[in-house]
Design a protein around this ligand. Structure first.
Ligand code: HEC
Ligand code: HEC
Length: 291
């Protein structure tokens, strides 16, 4: 019996040691990816700063979830802080104290939103640039023009600090931490998106749903341990049984026809509530057209 325990503890000890070494290797690899330097050709885009452009920019900030992560005043916030995932911090996007550098310019905005890098050329962490990169030139310029003129907010924020779960999930590609690696950097921006209500506009808008509902919009495993599984939102899921009215009610109130209440932290319905009615109708047409 004693011998048995001796061997079990030796084996357990060896397994623990192997796991520790394995984790150290994984952490080193992920840190090397985070420290990598990138540079991309500069793009020219035309900017206008008239009131209708700024209104469009403000609408994009609301429907693209910028405020969910960067705070309603865009002054940044700590999104998560625990031992497992670590500390994830969305930057202060204003030029107040603790915000963007004073010389942060349009090219820097483009580097962030098109390529997923900060002004030093290293990857942005957990910023969904693989989605913003697909914005049309017209929307991109409106978004930047609006962001550049929001009031300064003084807010000092701590730095990002990745926890072991975030590191391991990034290693196994289970968490979109480094969007720079997921972007097709040679793909040019489209000039203008379809603004006619219908499936084409819906497809353009649904890019913002793919981050959670997956690229085929058919859902999958929870985004992180402790979160609910992500449902299929195509015709093969509940949406296929809903009328357009059901869909609009769900995305504006968080209550589904099946009587389930969506928590805004899981499914950001306070964000989808800010889409215009025609935009939601387009989303419905597109999603229910996917078999
Ligand atoms: C899922 C959360 C999330 C959403 C949604 C999001 N961001 Fe971010 N963003 C972040 C995080 C986190 C960082 C900080 C990355 C870092 O420090 O490496 C960041 C960084 C940035 C940066 C770079 C700032 C810097 O310090 O270099 C810009 C610019 C930016 N975001 C703009 C936007 C805009 C505009 C939107 C809406 C279209 C948006 N973000 C939506 C999480 C988010
Ligand atoms: C931050 C992640 C996230 C984003 C972004 C997101 N969703 Fe969701 N969504 C979820 C999760 C998680 C659930 C399930 C919540 C639950 O079970 O309580 C959900 C539920 C839903 C449901 C209810 C489905 C059902 O079967 O009851 C619909 C409809 C929906 N989302 C549509 C959308 C659309 C459209 C977009 C894009 C405009 C979107 N979601 C963006 C995470 C997200």
């Amino acid at each position: 019996m004693k011998k048995f325990f001796k061997w079990t503890s030796i084996i357990l000890g060896a397994v623990a040691l192997l796991l520790l070494v394995g984790y150290a290797v994984v952490a080193m690899r992920v840190k090397a990816r985070i420290g990598k330097n990138y540079s991309f050709a500069k793009e020219e885009i035309r900017f206008s700063r008239d009131s209708s452009t700024l209104a469009r920019g403000r609408h994009l900030v609301a429907i693209k979830g910028c405020q969910d992560c960067h705070g309603s005043d865009l002054g940044g916030k700590v999104m998560n802080d625990d031992g497992a995932l670590g500390r994830l911090v969305a930057s202060n996007l204003t030029k107040g104290n603790g915000g963007l550098p004073q010389d942060y310019n349009t090219a820097d905005w483009l580097a962030a939103l098109r390529h997923g890098i900060n002004h030093n050329g290293t990857p942005l962490i957990f910023m969904p640039s693989h989605e913003t990169t697909l914005l049309s030139q017209q929307d991109m310029s409106a978004l930047i023009a609006y962001c550049e003129q929001v009031p300064k907010i003084d807010r000092m924020l701590p730095t990002n600090e990745l926890g072991p779960v975030a590191i391991i999930m990034t290693h196994f590609d289970k968490m979109p931490l480094l969007s720079v690696e997921k972007i097709d950097h040679s793909k040019p921006m489209i000039a203008k998106a379809d603004t006619v209500t219908g499936a084409a506009q819906g497809k353009y808008l649904a890019v913002s749903c793919t981050g959670c509902h997956r690229s085929d919009l058919k859902g999958g495993e929870p985004l992180a341990p402790g979160f609910p599984p992500v449902p299929d939102i195509t015709s093969s899921g509940h949406v296929g049984k809903w009328s357009e009215k059901d869909f609009l009610t769900t995305l504006t109130t968080g209550k589904t026809p099946e009587g389930h209440t969506l928590k805004n932290e899981d499914m950001p319905w306070k964000m989808t509530a800010q889409y215009t009615k025609p935009e939601l109708q387009s989303l419905y047409r597109y999603l229910s057209s996917i078999r």
